[in-house]
Design a protein around this ligand. Structure first.
Ligand code: S3P
Length: 166
């Protein structure tokens, strides 16, 4: 089934700290669309912060909630959606990410990524290891790769908005 451009979701994917949430909020305002942050929805559903979900149930518990919430959110239309850095890694999630979405991959150099407050990317080494694991998945899932290396979040949002409207 084909959906219209208006119904299509703009989905932001990329490493932790790549600016998905900030860029998503800017895009939502600019395009007059609801902005949904998957991590925030997970926190709301679980009723506790992400670090606590990891502490009590480990990564597996987090991924289970993440997949459930993704299914609900990806059924919506016309939203801007920021994924978590690991959402695309689970194969079962990939269908839902693509379902109503055009996927924008925010590419930022590893050196500028911040792992602050993120259980899986606490050190530069951990961030690098995650990236090595995920780069191929990101590349294969991306409809559009956005080079954010020398750009701030406002500029990245402007590039995506322009691509979207073209
Ligand atoms: C994760 C990234 C986080 C969050 C969770 C797991 C990951 O999202 O979903 O801590 O696996 O890289 P951000 O990419 O928004 O930090």
């Amino acid at each position: 089934r084909r959906i219209t451009a208006e119904q299509t979701n703009l989905v932001l994917m990329g490493m932790p700290g790549s600016g998905k949430s900030t860029v998503g909020a800017i895009l939502g305002k600019r395009l007059g669309r609801p902005f949904v942050d998957l991590d925030e929805e997970i926190v709301r559903t679980a009723g506790k912060p992400i670090a606590e979900i990891f502490d009590s149930g480990g990564e597996e518990a987090f991924r289970t909630i993440e997949s459930q919430v993704l299914r609900q959110v990806s059924a919506r239309h016309g939203i801007v959606l920021a994924l978590g850095g690991g959402t695309a890694v689970r194969e079962e999630n990939r269908y839902f990410i693509r379902q109503n979405g055009r996927v924008y991959y925010l590419q930022r150099p590893l050196e500028v990524l911040s792992g602050e407050g993120r259980p899986l990317s606490k050190s530069p080494e951990a961030i690098r290891a995650l990236y090595e694991e995920r780069r191929e998945v990101y590349q294969s899932m991306a409809d559009v790769s956005v080079d954010c290396s020398a750009r701030g979040t406002e500029e990245a949002a402007a590039i995506i908005a322009k691509e979207w409207q073209s």
